[in-house]
Design a protein around this ligand. Structure first.
Ligand SMILES: *[C@@H]1O[C@H](CO)[C@@H](O)[C@H](O)[C@H]1NC(C)=O
Length: 151
């Protein structure tokens, strides 16, 4: 065998190992650090009990399902996190404080709403409607007349 074919074989081997490692990594959906089949103790007791379908795998150690965390899986987590002081009620569901809305409480609320396709925004801490062209007013309620000038 010459040097080049040997090199090719070697590269192919490395490539398939990398591919294999990639596949194995992609399939793992248990959280890092917890290898379920090896640490599971059928007689384990958890006090307080694991919430949200968490599994008691060792004494006072819960294995939490995706979306929950905490010693007893008592806390839901939201990704992206709830903004503006919103509270995560269950995975992906935020409860927003007054004045905020949207899936992650990332949007401000304009009192009275924004009409005609206007978007409620906060600019320098002032909440207002951003109106599409040809609409104006606090709620984008007033139509603007288009003036066409010919020169
Ligand atoms: C778990 O707790 C139970 C009850 O308190 C106890 O009998 C058992 O020995 C504990 N198991 C381990 C592995 O510490």
């Amino acid at each position: 065998m010459g040097l080049l074919p040997l090199l090719r074989t070697g590269l192919a081997l490395v490539a398939s190992l990398v591919l294999l490692a990639g596949i194995c990594e992609g399939r793992s959906d248990t959280p890092r650090g917890v290898s379920l089949p090896f640490v599971f103790d059928a007689k384990a007791t958890c006090d307080p009990p694991c919430k949200h379908s968490g599994i008691c795998i060792r004494n006072n150690t819960c294995f939490c399902y995706r979306g929950y965390e905490g010693e007893a899986c008592q806390y839901a987590n939201c990704y992206p996190k709830c903004k503006n002081g919103g509270e995560c009620l269950r995975p992906g569901k935020c409860r927003c404080p007054p004045g905020f809305t949207g899936k992650y409480c990332h949007k401000v609320v304009c009192e009275g709403g924004c009409w005609n396709g206007g978007e409620c925004i906060a600019e320098n801490n002032v909440v207002k409607c951003l109106c599409p062209s040809s609409w104006m007013g606090s709620w984008c309620q007033e139509g603007m007349c288009l003036l066409l000038t010919f020169s």
